[in-house]
Design a protein around this ligand. Structure first.
Ligand SMILES: Cc1cc2nc3c(=O)[nH]c(=O)nc-3n(C[C@H](O)[C@H](O)[C@H](O)COP(=O)(O)OP(=O)(O)OC[C@H]3O[C@@H](n4cnc5c(N)ncnc54)[C@H](O)[C@@H]3O)c2cc1C
Length: 326
């Protein structure tokens, strides 16, 4: 099979195996945009890692027949998905199963948190597909003050308290089961079907649309279409991660990540490709943008290295002049 899954923080394959734990590039998302970026970084011999979810592209898996992908007529989405994965595997691409919940600058590049595991890179390519849901009113304001995307990171803060889980995808079940062991009460609002087995302490509520999260400086309530729940925290688990959830500083345009013709975002070192940058939502566009993002990330890394080398030279010259003068 095409996916190599390893323990976080141990670089394995991925073009040029990295000696350190900070990669040149991390690609978030392993759909066609992410995989296209990956094979191009492998060709450029960069150290990189792909972080993605189980299927790599649930969208491709669902698409019955694709007729507009050049050179591969009348193919099912599932078969094309398998071919993409085999191609990536044949080029030594490592895909690690991890859903990134936040990205933040760390001085030397970026740190990515995925269920409390931290990954680091000098540049990033975001290829997370299009999110079918937008942030809820109140979500961003109360982030870190009761709103969370990671049960293992923040669950222990709510020991004995009431937490609500907004579950857009079955992956949330594992998170809710974890919360059942720490929180006093877990209210589970499924937004998908069918709901799988859950810890008996998890209280499953009827499916209903979430409207907003309320509270004066901290989460106090989750307002749903059918009822309002008093809760100390709201844990949100979506299938596709809205870009602003990943990093609030990313500039958006009509709900998509704003990029220029180089697939560069407003944050230097972060590139984006595929459906997450906007319409048309099509495979060929995703693959093309993935390639551009990879080449531009490689150029960015070269520029960074040149700057670092000249900075080091300047520093050495200043030091030797100072020593000669003393
Ligand atoms: C039913 C259907 C039929 C279609 N038919 C066609 C067609 O005939 N022709 C065509 O050109 N296009 C078609 N499309 C569209 C095509 O599938 C998409 O344009 C393409 O898959 C977009 O690729 P992507 O890599 O940008 O995103 P996706 O394929 O959506 O991949 C994004 C990946 O990133 C992962 N991800 C998201 N958030 C995170 C995170 N925080 N951390 C880690 N991973 C994350 C997701 O789980 C997903 O695996 C169809 C789509 C559907 C749904």
């Amino acid at each position: 099979m095409a996916i190599f899954l390893g323990a976080p923080g141990t670089p394995q394959a991925g073009g040029n195996p990295a000696a350190s734990q900070r990669y040149d590039t991390i690609i978030v998302g392993c759909g066609p945009a992410g995989l296209s970026a990956a094979i191009n970084l492998a060709i450029r011999q960069k150290s990189f890692l792909v972080l993605g979810t189980d299927l790599c592209s649930p969208k491709m898996q669902k698409s019955p027949q694709i007729d507009n992908y050049l050179g591969v007529p009348a193919i099912s989405g599932e078969e094309l998905r398998q071919r993409f994965l085999h191609h990536a595997a044949a080029m030594g691409v490592e895909i690690r199963k991890a859903r990134v919940d936040t990205i933040y600058p760390d001085g030397e590049g970026f740190s990515l948190s995925a269920k409390g595991e931290i990954y680091q890179a000098r540049s990033l390519i975001i290829a997370t597909g299009v999110a079918s849901t937008r942030l809820l009113p109140g979500e961003q304001d109360l982030l870190g003050r009761g709103v969370s995307y990671c049960a293992t990171c923040d669950g222990p803060l709510y020991r004995g308290r009431t937490v609500a889980v907004l579950a857009y995808a079955p992956e949330a079940e594992e998170e809710a089961n974890y919360l059942a062991g720490v929180a006093g009460r877990v209210l589970y609002i499924p937004l998908y079907r069918p709901v799988g087995p859950l810890d008996s302490r998890v209280q499953v509520l009827p499916q209903q649309r979430p409207e907003r999260i309320e509270g004066a400086g901290r989460v106090e309530r989750l307002v749903l279409s059918g009822q309002t729940l008093a809760a100390d925290a709201v844990f949100i688990f979506r299938e596709m991660t809205p870009a602003q959830q990943l990093m609030a500083e990313l500039e958006m345009e009509n709900g998509n990540i704003k990029v220029d013709r180089h697939q560069a975002t407003n944050v230097p070192g972060i590139f984006a490709a595929g459906d997450c940058t906007g319409r048309p939502y099509q495979l060929a566009k995703a693959v093309g943008e993935g390639q551009v993002a990879a080449l531009e990330a490689a150029s960015y890394l070269e520029r960074l290295r040149t700057r670092e080398r000249s900075g080091a030279r300047e520093l050495m010259e200043t030091t030797s002049t100072a020593l000669a003068d003393s």
